[in-house]
Design a protein around this ligand. Structure first.
Ligand code: ATP
Ligand code: VIB
Length: 275
C-alpha cells in the first residue's frame, strides 16, 4: 500500500494569507511574544481559536501593545482579544482576567488538574472543538514554547508527541519544532526568506531504526538515530524541499530568520495577490 504524503509549509510566517488548505489556531504561552505574533494572530482569524494558556494572557495584555507603539494600548488589547483563556490560572493576573472576561472571553479554570500542563489543556480544548473531518486541515501554532525553563520546554515537546496526529508547531523567535508522524512520507517546503538554513531531525521517545531524507547537506539513508548515538543536529537545508521518511515519529526543527519585514502588517487578502 502506498504511504500517504504530508506537506508542510511555513507560509504562516509571511504576511500574505497562506495559499494552502489549512486553517490556523493559536496558543499563546507564558513567555515573551515572538516578534511575528501579530502576523500569526491575523492568520488565525478564520478559525476563531486564539487561546491563551494561563499566564500567556498576561503576555498578550502587556506585550501586544508594544508592537504598535504609536497606537492606544487599550485599542490594541480590544483588537487582539483571545477567544479562550485556559489553564490552572495560577499565573494570570486578576486585572488581566477581569479585562478579558469583560470583553466576553471564555475563561476556563482547570486548577483541579495538576497532572497536565496548561498547553496540554489548551490543545485538548482545541481538539475537542474541532470535528474529526476538519482536524487534518487544522494547524495549531504555539508561541513561546521554546527557550526558557527546560522542564517547560520538555513538557511542551511531550504535548506534541501526545497529540501526534494533530499538526502542532512550537515556535520561538529563533526556531520551530513539529512532529513528523511515521505514518506519512513528509514533503517540507522551505520558504527560504523566513526559515533555514539550520535544521535538525531528532528521534523522540525511542530510537528510529531507519530514516531517509533528501534536500539536506547531510542526508540520512536508512540511517539509525537514537539518543546516545546519532541524532541529526546542525544540519543544513540545501534546496526548496526536504523529504523525510522514517519508521518512527521524528521531531523536525528549522531555524527562523531574524528578518526585518513588517510582521505587524495586516495580511494581504488572497484576491489582491497578483503573482
Ligand atoms: N520558561 C518557559 N519555557 C517554555 N514554556 C513555558 C515557560 N513558561 C511557561 N511556559 C508555557 O506556558 C504555559 C503557561 O505558563 P504558566 O506560567 O501559566 O504555567 P504554570 O503551570 O503556572 O507554570 P509553573 O507553575 O510550573 O511555573 C506552560 O504550561 C508552558 O507550556
Ligand atoms: C510526576 C509528576 N510530576 C510533576 C507534577 C506536577 N505538575 C505536572 S503538570 C502540572 C500543572 C502545571 O500547570 C503540575 C503541577 C505531577 N502532577 N506529577
Amino acid at each position: 500500500m502506498e504511504v500517504m504524503k504530508m506537506h508542510h509549509s511555513t507560509a504562516f510566517l509571511l504576511p500574505s494569507i497562506p495559499l494552502e488548505p489549512l486553517t490556523y489556531a493559536l496558543v499563546v504561552l507564558n513567555q515573551r511574544l515572538p516578534r511575528f505574533t501579530p502576523l500569526l494572530w491575523n492568520h488565525c482569524l478564520a478559525a476563531k481559536l486564539r487561546v491563551c494558556a494561563d499566564g500567556g494572557a498576561n503576555r498578550l495584555y502587556d506585550e501586544m501593545p508594544q508592537f504598535f507603539s504609536q497606537q492606544d494600548p487599550l485599542h490594541i488589547r480590544h483588537r487582539y482579544k483571545p477567544d479562550v483563556i485556559k489553564g490552572d490560572m495560577d499565573s494570570i493576573r486578576e486585572e488581566v482576567l477581569n479585562f478579558y472576561a469583560k470583553l466576553g472571553c471564555d475563561a476556563i479554570d482547570e486548577s483541579n488538574d495538576q497532572d497536565t500542563t496548561d498547553l496540554h489543556k489548551c490543545i485538548s480544548h482545541i481538539s475537542n472543538l474541532t470535528p474529526d473531518v476538519e482536524k487534518s486541515n487544522l494547524c495549531v501554532l504555539v508561541t513561546g514554547a521554546l527557550g526558557g525553563r527546560f522542564d517547560h520546554e520538555a513538557g511542551n515537546i511531550n504535548v506534541i508527541c501526545r497529540f501526534s496526529s494533530m499538526r502542532i508547531i512550537l515556535l520561538s523567535d529563533d526556531c520551530l519544532i513539529q512532529v513528523l508522524p511515521k505514518t506519512h512520507h513528509h514533503q517540507i517546503h522551505i520558504q527560504s526568506s523566513v526559515v533555514g538554513p539550520h535544521c535538525g531531525l531528532i528521534p523522540i521517545g525511542m530510537p528510529s531504526k531507519k530514516s531517509t531524507t533528501t534536500g539536506l547537506k547531510w542526508n540520512l539513508t536508512d540511517t539509525e538515530m537514537k539518543f546516545g548515538g546519532l541524532v541529526s543536529t546542525s544540519n543544513i537545508v540545501t534546496g526548496d524541499t526536504v523529504t523525510v521518511q522514517s519508521d518512527s515519529d521524528l521531531l523536525w526543527t528549522i531555524s527562523i530568520k531574524s528578518g526585518n519585514h513588517d510582521v505587524t502588517a495586516e495580511p494581504i487578502p488572497q484576491h489582491e495577490i497578483t503573482r
